[in-house]
Design a protein. Structure first.
Length: 183
């Protein structure tokens, strides 16, 4: 859904959208598993810079909900993560802030982004919001044993014979010491 400045100049735009699974491209690791639902409102905010310049910002408020699938940080098994988030964002025309530090509107609490050309693609704003709500590291379970560094088997599912090769760090330290003494 494209939110056009021209239309915002006439009236605010209320939206209620549903994007089917996979419709929002979240990159290679994260997958949109279920429909993403969102509702909210887009409004025009005019900033007066001096006497002649008016900067047209888009204020976007609303919420979204979806469910994601992403790999466990240790064993890479898919993990389901539900996402629910409300947002309050301000999009300024790209290039507006170049060289300007002061803003004439108080945008307390609002997150600031930039739009290019004559409007903003709602999907782009949503993608960013979804990615912001993804934890940096998810685990399939708290005590996930991960993959065996030697053979790559999932140690939650099977025990491999490499385990005896994995050294206890205390023994490794002793071995180092012994090697030093021998030389
Ligand atoms: Zn895991
Ligand atoms: Zn192994």
């Amino acid at each position: 859904m494209f939110i056009e400045i021209r239309e915002l100049e006439l009236h605010p735009i209320d939206f209620r959208e549903e994007f089917p699974p996979e419709a929002i491209d979240l990159g290679t690791e994260v997958r949109q598993r279920t429909a993403l639902t969102t509702q909210g409102r887009a409004q025009l905010v005019e900033e007066h810079h001096g006497k002649h310049q008016v900067v047209k910002d888009i204020r976007l408020t609303g919420d979204l909900a979806t469910s994601l699938e992403l790999p466990c940080a240790r064993c890479l098994d898919p993990v389901v993560q539900d996402v629910k988030r409300s947002f309050e964002l301000l999009y300024r025309p790209q290039g507006t802030d170049a060289g300007h530090e002061e803003l004439s509107v108080t945008v307390a609490e609002a997150e600031i982004g930039y739009y290019k050309g004559n409007g903003l693609l709602l999907e782009d704003a949503l993608r960013e919001q979804v990615l912001l709500s993804v934890p940096l590291k998810v685990l399939c379970r708290e005590n996930c044993k991960g993959l065996c560094p030697a053979c790559g088997k999932n140690r939650n599912a099977e025990t491999c014979s490499c385990e005896q090769l994995v050294e206890d760090p205390r023994w490794a330290a002793l071995k180092d010491l012994r090697e030093k003494l021998e030389h």
